[in-house]
Design a protein. Structure first.
Length: 626
């Protein structure tokens, strides 16, 4: 197939589309396409001039690739065909700070996906995973990107018409970096920088200069979110209690000043302006009629990012947008939704799809035109990154459509991945078990705590009892094995089939073990020790190997040690449980103390628990701290 592009600079678009087509298996056609740019066109128009002769007029170069996708797949079949973009900036935000620094070649793969979907921005969230030459401790052993890697990625994205935007932290969320003695003078608390401290601003100047020299985008996201203890650590000791709005405003103005010296336009997460205004400190409960004092307003022209991954009522988004309009001009308001890849081992598609749909309908209504889609990896990036692409497609379709139906999402999934989306949807069932909460809005995540909980201690057993979750996961494994999934996700499917098999055995293993022990059913204990636990161990080994393959395919190796320790711990504790049971069967011990203690529910109020911190799941004992 040959696509002839007649303008001299069209060879770049031709080369890029051929690389996209090769990457995603997009069908090609023997056609001629002429492209031309037109100012102030927020979208593209396709016209047919002959049987195999087409012309695409576009507002931004990246829009051409979406037009070509629709053309070669037959979605654009009546001409002229036009499409309008609902945003000025839109794209994904990659979390490269939760022990999973995405490999440069995989970032390039995501660039190609963005181009195929017609999205013009890709954000890199890099708390301490970029290089600041003057501070060798910053990002040490974390797999940080080198300046050359970022420049290469920036050049590659730019060739498609996509801006690579840095997202850093300049106030909180810096505990992995601030652990080192060299950073002790920078700390207010263990993860918050010390405001009003010259040493801090000297460090931030070095960090922002490093960013400015490697990214061509003049937009920079400087964080500033969730600084809950701002001014209450060393700052309190040095200065006494100060108005926290004042601390925030002074710090923000200093950092913005550094950015502007470097020719950068900063944006920030908006939540601290709401938390400090809220009696409860909650982001989402500031009343509609609240008015900020003039001295508490953010600096003029700074971008405010309203982030919300939780709400499924469009009215909540309407209210929050109206409140943001009291703090910033409409053109300076951004919205960040999320793909719910951070809740544990499996994605929460139900909540991701519902919250994203409600949010983006509200953003369109209020003409908020800067959006991005976060794929956070909280507590160790346990969910493989490709699992987040399904809800991301919904986000992408909203960029180009006034509304998006389930069938439209399925159609786009099939055009990109060449199979239907039924197999991907099954992944939602790892955690969506509550029949009274079909969209899993409470973000229950049993697949994580069932995987990691100790068989002998049974921290969650009384919440599991009676639900038949073992049978649920057995059925899930069988259905996943038979389901259609994209060929490029074959390893992902194997991983989740193995997880379901392991959970089908392990979910109720602690209950069965303790019940048999208390009834002195030695044959059952022998069966558990010699068959069930070894089968769990075999599946756990397979799960670890599959997760390793997925991780090393997507990410730099630094950070996998955390998953290795966690999954290795599952195997080791199963082996220890087997040893304890055999020792009791052989009469070497007369009691198993772990099984003697009476069990109680972890949460007496609900069996559908949301708990995403491994260190609080794996043991009731102290896993961190002194």
């Amino acid at each position: 197939m040959i696509i002839l592009l007649m303008r001299i600079n069209d060879s770049t678009i031709e080369r890029n589309f051929l690389s996209i087509a090769s990457d995603f298996g997009i069908p090609l056609a023997d056609i001629t396409v002429r492209v031309r740019e037109k100012e102030n066109l927020c979208g593209f128009v396709m016209e047919q001039n002959g049987a195999k002769d087409y012309e695409i007029t576009y507002g931004e170069p990246v829009f051409v690739y979406r037009a070509l996708l629709l053309l070669v797949t037959g979605e654009a079949s009546v001409f002229p065909f036009s499409a309008s973009c609902c945003t000025d900036h839109a794209g994904i935000m990659i979390d490269a700070s939760r022990n999973a620094v995405v490999r440069p070649d995989r970032v390039m793969h995501l660039v190609r996906l963005h181009a195929l979907l017609g999205l013009n921005m890709l954000m890199l969230y890099i708390e301490d995973t970029y290089t600041v030459r003057e501070h060798g401790w910053f990002g040490y052993l974390r797999g940080r990107y080198t300046p050359d890697e970022i420049r290469q990625l920036d050049d590659y994205a730019s060739s498609f018409g996509i801006s690579l935007v840095p997202c850093i932290q300049t106030l909180a969320h810096l505990h992995t970096a601030l652990r080192y003695p060299e950073a002790s003078g920078l700390c207010d608390t263990e993860d918050i920088l010390l405001a009003d401290c010259q040493e801090v601003y000297d460090f931030l100047k070095d960090a922002i200069r490093s960013i400015s020299s490697t990214f061509s985008s003049r937009i920079i996201h400087i964080g500033m979110d969730e600084a809950h203890m701002l001014g209450l650590g060393k700052y309190l000791r040095f200065h006494g209690y100060q108005d926290r709005f004042g601390i925030m405003k002074r710090h923000l103005e200093r950092v913005c000043g550094i950015c502007r010296q470097e020719g950068l336009s900063p944006i920030i997460w908006s939540d601290m302006f709401f938390r400090l205004a809220s009696v409860s400190g909650d982001y989402y409960n500031v009343p509609q009629d609240y008015e900020w004092n003039q001295e508490n307003l953010p600096p003029e022209s700074i971008g405010l990012v309203y982030w919300d991954y939780y709400n499924t009522d469009e009215a909540v988004y309407d209210r929050m947008v109206k409140l943001h309009e009291k703090l910033a001009k409409k053109e300076d308001i951004w919205f960040a939704g999320g793909g719910w890849t951070w809740n544990g081992i499996a994605p929460n598609y139900s909540l991701a799809l519902k919250s994203t749909g409600c949010a983006l309908m509200s953003m369109k209504k209020h003409k908020i035109r800067n959006w991005f889609f976060t794929l956070w990896g909280d507590n160790g990036s346990e969910t493989p990154s490709d699992a987040g692409l399904y809800p991301f497609l919904l986000f992408a379709e909203h960029v180009w459509n006034e509304s998006v139906s389930t069938s439209a999402l399925s159609r786009r999934f099939k055009s990109v991945f060449h199979t239907d989306d039924s197999g991907m949807r099954i992944l939602d069932e790892f955690d969506s078990l509550n029949p009274e909460d079909e969209s899993n809005t409470r973000a229950s995540n049993p697949s994580k705590w069932l995987l990691y909980q100790d068989v002998l201690l049974g921290l969650f057993d009384e919440n599991v009892r009676g639900h038949g979750w073992g049978r649920h996961y057995e059925d899930l494994a069988s259905r996943l094995e038979k389901a259609q999934m994209p060929e490029c996700f074959s390893l992902l499917r194997q991983y989740y089939v193995t997880l379901a098999r392991l959970l089908s055995l392990k979910a109720e293993l602690g209950i069965r073990t303790r019940d048999a022990y208390l009834r002195t059913e030695k044959d059952e204990i022998r069966h558990i020790a010699n068959k069930d636990i070894p089968e769990c161990i075999t599946n756990a080994h397979s799960l670890r190997n599959l997760r390793k393959s997925l991780f090393f395919h997507d990410c730099k190796p630094q950070g996998f040690e955390v998953l290795d320790i966690r999954l290795g711990g599952v195997i080791t504790r199963l082996e220890s449980a087997r040893e304890r049971l055999l020792s009791w069967l052989e009469g070497n011990v007369t009691i198993i103390e772990e099984l003697e203690e009476e069990r109680r529910p972890y949460d007496p109020a609900s069996d559908y628990i949301q708990l995403n911190l491994w260190e609080k799941i794996v043991t009731p004992s102290d896993m961190c701290g002194v």
